[in-house]
Design a binder for this molecule. Structure first.
Ligand SMILES: *[C@@H]1O[C@H](CO)[C@@H](O)[C@H](O)[C@H]1NC(C)=O
Ligand SMILES: *[C@@H]1O[C@H](CO)[C@@H](O)[C@H](O)[C@H]1NC(C)=O
Length: 490
């Protein structure tokens, strides 16, 4: 943890923004920029299965707390940056004067204002999510200096958004095959810790998944949530004892049954997940669980089921075959929706090859074979936390307004080769129309009284965080809405 907490000098890591202060029009006194997840203007999205029409705004509070608040500019950092950049650019291009001004006038606090939509908000693509502007005319160059660190919010936004889309899929199939949403929050477990690039990625990504779910093995996310958001509960995520291959194979190939028996007996009162494909998943289900240890697991309660984990083969085929074998060995019941349910002491978790597309295929396949989604939970690792890029939601930060020689100008880009890359103009605000739709007003039009409340609130002002959200607020804002569920079912 220690090495994670050390704030990075804001004078570092901003790549080429270092030389931009020399490039703006002379006498610029204000730079105003905004962040959005761009929306397609030309429609060719049919090829992609998941459209990601809306995004979950999450993670700004972490960045502000960890990197931007308080006295972040010091004489030592300025000196170090000056030396590094002299070598890096082979020229004295670093804005030493500008940073010394911030050090002296603001005691090293950043004179910028950031306005943002509440954390956890679910907002359609193509709307402004936050804006940044300098509060001191001398520091016009600072607005886009902080771009790099702020745009890294693409990652928690993308994890939370992709996880929420998976929650929608699970909600739909769970409702259709069981008539209730019970257990939804535990249907997609975070298996991603080992598959991410670093501890910091693990912490941020796992916290973003917990916006929508409560099951995680990436405990780094709990630390991030407790430290940067806070929850009413002691922890925001839970897990269960689980076997891994080593705890089975260490017993030797002829003793898989002994391994299973030993582990099941170790955890009589909580669910226990046992990976059962070390040698032959089908034999394990039929002979070991279905015959040898059948009496042992029949005594387990609904609160402490055995959870069988296949971990190889085509995910859908394997899940269906495992269910079919278990269905022959154990008494299956039909639920009120007419779908098959294993007895409450036995469940399945599929944690291999699970991404949003295979998840959809598996639940659809189960439905077609009349298996209720009550029988299963999923684990997802690399696809949940790492196999994502900024391009998935087209996250971007652009300048939309400047003041030069005292004159405000709406600015934008509109590249001839890609109309999708056109940016918004002028000062922006986000509003909710009477019909519930969100709309971004450009060119300062949102200032008019009839437009109603601006949903962007000041969260950061001159080095202070002035508005915070708890993780409970975040979850509440991001929860599936009634209308969304109805839409999913039709
Ligand atoms: C910048 O502003 C100053 C004072 O307002 C003015 O004298 C000067 O001509 C301006 N420079 C440019 C390049 O417009
Ligand atoms: C989003 O990014 C993808 C991948 O780079 C690109 O193909 C697509 O055109 C972009 N969409 C928008 C709206 O910018």
């Amino acid at each position: 943890w220690d090495s994670l907490q050390k704030p990075q000098p804001p004078t570092h890591g901003e790549k080429n923004n270092v030389t931009h202060y020399k490039q703006y029009p002379p006498n610029t006194s204000k730079m105003y920029s905004y962040f959005e997840c761009r929306e397609k203007r030309t429609d060719s999205t049919k090829s992609r299965k998941v459209k990601y029409d809306q995004t979950v705004f999450y993670g700004l509070q972490y960045i502000l707390h960890k990197y931007l608040k308080g006295k972040v500019v010091t004489p030592e950092k300025i000196q170090e940056a000056k030396e590094v950049y002299r070598e890096h650019f082979q020229d004295d291009v670093f804005n030493e004067k500008g940073w010394n001004y911030i050090l002296e006038k603001y005691d090293g606090h950043l004179p910028i204002e950031i306005k943002a939509v509440p954390e956890g908000s679910v907002i359609p693509r193509g709307n402004v999510l936050f804006t940044v502007e300098n509060t001191d005319p001398e520091c016009y160059w600072l607005t886009n200096w902080v771009e790099t660190i702020l745009v890294q919010i693409w990652y928690p936004i993308t994890v939370a958004t992709n996880s929420r889309e998976q929650k929608k899929i699970l909600a739909k199939y769970l409702l259709e095959t069981s008539g209730s949403l019970e257990g939804l929050e535990y249907k997609l477990h975070d298996f991603g810790y080992r598959g991410v690039s670093s501890q910091e990625t693990a912490g941020i990504g796992a916290s973003a998944h917990l916006v929508n779910f409560k099951g995680t093995d990436t405990v780094a996310g709990i630390g991030v949530i407790k430290k940067y958001y806070g929850t009413k509960d002691p922890v925001p995520g839970f897990s269960v004892p689980a076997a891994e291959h080593s705890t089975i194979t260490a017993w030797g190939k002829d003793h898989e049954k002994d391994a299973f028996e030993h582990i099941v007996k170790q955890f009589p009162n909580v669910p226990v997940s046992i990976v059962s494909d070390s040698y032959d998943i089908y034999n394990a289900c039929e002979k070991i669980w279905g015959e040898d240890l059948r009496a042992l697991i029949e005594t387990r309660s609904a609160d402490a089921p055995l959870v069988i984990r296949p971990d190889s083969g085509n995910p859908l085929d394997t899940v269906l075959k495992v269910l079919e074998i278990l269905g022959k060995k154990f008494p299956v019941q039909e639920n009120s929706k007419g779908y098959k349910v294993l007895p409450p002491y036995i469940r399945v978790i599929q944690g291999d090859g699970v991404d949003i597309n295979t998840l959809q295929e598996i639940v659809e396949g189960m439905k077609q074979h009349r298996w209720s989604i009550e029988n299963i939970a999923f684990g997802s690792g690399g696809a949940l936390l790492q196999k994502l890029t900024r391009d998935l939601l087209n996250c971007s930060f652009k300048c939309s307004y400047v003041v030069t020689n005292g004159l405000g100008v709406n600015v934008f880009k509109d590249p001839v080769a890609d109309p999708n890359k056109r940016s918004k103009k002028g000062r922006l605000s986000l509003h909710r129309k009477a019909n519930g739709d969100f709309v971004t007003l450009e060119e300062g039009k949102g200032d008019l009284e009839e437009c109603g409340e601006d949903l962007l609130h000041t969260v950061f002002y001159n080095g202070e965080i002035v508005k915070t959200y708890t993780f409970d607020d975040v979850r509440d804002n991001a929860k599936l809405k009634e209308g969304e569920l109805e839409e999913l079912l039709h």
